[in-house]
Design a protein around this ligand. Structure first.
Ligand code: BTN
Length: 267
């Protein structure tokens, strides 16, 4: 990706502290280290490829160069720890809304993008983007957080490994056209920057409400994998903190992390 091209595509210059690399092990790991050294809020690190891209739940994120957008953003919000998960919800919602709007402008129609709790973007049952949030604490308070985003842009099925091919999609596959990555990235960062103060530090109820309109499986039977355990129930609601309320035999149970599956995945 062209650094100058990204810079030129921002609505306003000077909002972000941008660094772009041809290759990094992981933009999250890099920026997390920079955070320890005092990197300012709105630092952004982009890599064309990652050699050790990280996914949620200790998984890896396939990150060959040329077809996707791989980047991390550092924030230093004054946020109570219990509301941290709302950053996941906000990021996923903002990215989905931005991509839908962009596709509508450029292709006339927009593929419906759904959210899978807490922060995956899906199109027609396949994963388009994943988000990895990493937080650093000082004296039990949130010090900074790094939001890492991997967005599949121009991949064809052959560009995905055998392992993820059946479950992965890209903007190109969903819209039938190539996407220029630099303006897409700059446009998302601008959208995030402008939308963020509308919800943080306090407008959480409306954030959760908007998220609920796009989330998959609400009101439906799901199973949740959290590390070693798989539990089943009905996805009843989200709490004010963005946690999932699972109902099992009439009892409500709070899920703070995990992978959600609809029941077609059972067996
Ligand atoms: C997931 O769905 O498991 C989350 C994937 C997050 C991937 C992105 S790519 C940029 C950033 N750097 C990483 O190492 N991971 C995140």
């Amino acid at each position: 990706m062209g650094f100058d091209k990204i810079e030129r595509a921002f609505r306003n210059s000077g909002r972000f502290y941008l660094r772009a690399f041809d290759s990094l092990p992981s933009t999250n790991t890099y920026l997390f280290e920079q955070g320890k050294n005092g990197a300012p809020e709105w630092s952004v690190v982009i890599a064309e490829e990652q050699t050790a891209g990280k996914g949620r739940q200790q998984r890896r994120w396939e990150s060959p160069g040329g077809k996707s957008i791989l980047f991390s953003l550092l924030l230093r919000p004054q946020l109570e720890t219990r509301y941290l998960n709302l950053i996941n919800l906000f990021t996923a919602l903002t990215l989905a809304q931005y991509l839908e709007a962009r596709a509508r402008v450029h292709s006339g129609t927009a593929p419906a993008i759904s959210l899978k709790w807490p922060n995956d973007l899906f199109i027609r049952g396949k994963k388009l983007s994943g988000i990895l949030l990493e937080a650093s604490f000082a004296a039990e308070r949130l010090d900074y957080l790094v939001i890492g985003i991997g967005l599949n842009v121009n991949q064809e099925p052959a560009d995905f490994s055998d392992e993820i091919r059946p479950a992965a999609t890209s903007l190109k596959l969903a819209t039938g056209r190539e996407w220029e990555r630099e303006p897409l990235l700059a446009g998302f960062l601008d959208a995030f920057y402008e939308s963020y103060p509308r919800f943080f530090p306090g407008n959480f109820a409306s954030l959760v409400q908007r998220y609920k309109e796009k989330v998959l499986f609400l009101g439906e039977p799901i199973s949740v994998d959290s590390g070693s355990r798989r539990i089943r129930g009905v996805f009843r609601d989200l709490t004010a903190e963005g946690y999932l309320v699972l109902e099992q035999n009439g009892r409500k149970r709070l899920i703070t992390t995990g992978d959600v599956f609809g029941w077609e995945r059972e067996g």
